[in-house]
Design a protein around this ligand. Structure first.
Ligand code: GLN
Length: 490
């Protein structure tokens, strides 16, 4: 094997389980890849090189004694995790100065599942501060660059995770998606990204942004790899009251081989394709994917999601309202940064939060306070909540007639760093991703090709807890397009 880091997760875990490569060698390869690529990409925050190597060696010793246990599907597989997820003993900042020196005493549920499955977590990935952003430029520490073109953004807010996967620093990463933060960076970096149904994965240990919207999910280079990670992290957790006690199906069994799409009905939401913001190169790549889907036997039908035009407004009201409440806990007393020389308690709160939160986070806290304020609640928050219900009804209606919807993820391919500076323009970039979070439904980004040399992805959107349907369709479509397993030429 020439370069271990270019394997898929499925290949890597087979090689590890078969003893063709040691866990230590696999970890060493990924760490070396990080050393070689990080100066150009900047995907990572805290690295755990020494701990990861110790863990890998411990696994190798156990194997010598007892072999690879059958209940460890990710045995020895190096992964990265977004910095919004707690990892015991490793700094967890959510990309914010306010948590700069915070080291959590516990693992997020999804993280503990990865560890139990034998995975080795190499590093935390960079993100927009508290997951607020679409480019990873709002990280308080440094921006992340798109591995396909280092002058461009990787998307966000899970841009560090997407870049880390596209740069082959790891075999998969965990991200979180409140309004597109897994699907959009996956699209911009040419990888696969899954936002599961709300409630499929416990949010325990996820630093909250908009709690009714947030979901954790995998980013990987193939659909099968994303499914392997989902299998491990899905499931009920009593510590998250919104986690569903819904059985976890076998996500990978239907992915063997390639197969066709005979009998599959895919809905094309008119409001997404008729949007003038959709760039011609992205449109052309989407057309090609649709042609492939048809050639595989799928039936493509027009559907309408009539409340799509209200999604951006509704989302930025609800998300900021929830964010304002969630971020109230960062008061300079309980966690993270505390301002020096405060005159009194109010001054301590004000200074700690002013010093600790970046501009975008402060903007959202103000917006959240405004939309919830007396006299405006009915006009903004209540209206947005009503729009949210209508958006869900649109999806439910469309999905009674189709197995999944197929739509663009980002209206444009990766744009230049610093290219979008107006916050409202940035919010409009999320036009195709936000409504799915408002509806709480699952979405899978699959790479479909390129526009001007930059990756383009499309999303499959489906019924509640219908992840396996999306994975099967995405695997077949992606295989036919020959885009799965790709990585950036670095
Ligand atoms: N870009 C959107 C926002 O800034 C979505 C981010 C996310 O999904 N975390 O809110």
């Amino acid at each position: 094997m020439s370069d271990l880091t270019h394997l898929t997760l499925a290949e890597a875990r087979s090689a590890l389980a078969a003893g063709e490569v040691t866990a230590e060698a696999m970890t060493v390869s990924c760490l070396a890849r990080m050393d070689a690529t990080e100066p150009r990409v900047g995907a990572l925050l805290a690295r755990r090189d020494a701990e990861a190597l110790d863990e890998a060696r411990a696994l190798d010793r156990q194997r010598a004694e007892r072999g690879v246990p059958s209940d460890k599907p990710l045995w020895g597989v190096p992964l990265t995790v977004k910095d919004s997820l707690t990892l015991k003993g490793t700094p967890t900042t959510a990309g914010s100065r306010i948590l700069e020196h915070f080291t959590p005493p516990y693992d997020a549920f999804a993280v503990s599942r990865l560890k139990e499955a034998g995975a080795i977590i190499l590093a935390k990935t960079n993100m927009d501060e508290f997951a607020m952003g679409s480019t990873t430029e709002h990280s308080a520490f440094h921006p992340t660059r798109n591995p396909w073109d280092r002058g461009r953004v990787p998307g966000g807010s899970s841009g560090g995770s997407a870049a880390s996967v596209a740069a082959c620093q790891c075999f998969a990463s965990l991200g979180s998606d409140t309004g597109g933060s897994i699907r959009q960076p996956a699209a911009l970096c040419g990888c696969v990204g899954l936002k599961p149904t709300y409630g499929r994965i416990s949010r325990y240990g996820l630093l909250a942004y908009g709690s009714s919207l947030d979901q954790i999910g995998p980013l990987a280079r193939t659909v099968e790899d994303a499914a392997l990670v989902l299998q491990v992290i899905a499931g009920h957790d009593p510590r998250d009251a919104t986690s569903a006690a819904w059985p976890v199906p076998d996500y990978t069994s239907t992915l063997r081989g390639t197969g066709d799409l005979a009998g599959v009905r895919l809905g094309l939401p008119r409001e997404f394709y008729e949007n003038d913001a959709l760039n011609p190169g992205v449109r052309a790549a989407c057309r090609k994917a649709m042609d492939n889907a048809r050639a595989l036997g799928a039936e493509l039908v027009d559907v309408s999601l009539p409340h799509t035009p209200y999604a951006v407004a509704a989302y930025y009201i609800l998300a900021t309202a929830e964010a304002g409440s969630n971020l109230a806990r960062y008061d300079g007393v309980r966690y993270g940064r505390r301002a020096q020389d405060a005159k009194n308690l109010d001054d301590l709160y004000t200074r700690s939060r002013t010093e600790g939160f970046g501009e975008e986070v402060q903007r959202r806290i103000l917006l959240g306070a405004f939309v919830l304020s007396a006299g405006y609640y009915d006009a903004y928050y209540r209206k947005a909540a009503q729009v949210r219900r209508l958006i869900r009804q649109d999806y439910d209606e469309a999905l009674t007639r189709c197995d999944a919807l197929l739509a663009p993820v980002s209206p444009v391919p990766a744009w230049p760093l610093g290219g979008v500076s107006d916050p409202l323009q940035m919010y409009l970039m999320d036009i195709f991703t936000l409504s799915l979070n408002l509806a709480g439904l699952p979405g899978l980004t699959v790479p479909v090709g390129f526009a001007d040399g930059l990756p383009v992805g499309m999303q499959l959107m489906g019924r509640p807890f219908g992840e396996e349907v999306l994975l099967r369709i995405g695997h077949r479509l992606g295989s036919s397009l020959g885009v799965l397993g790709q990585y950036a030429p670095l």
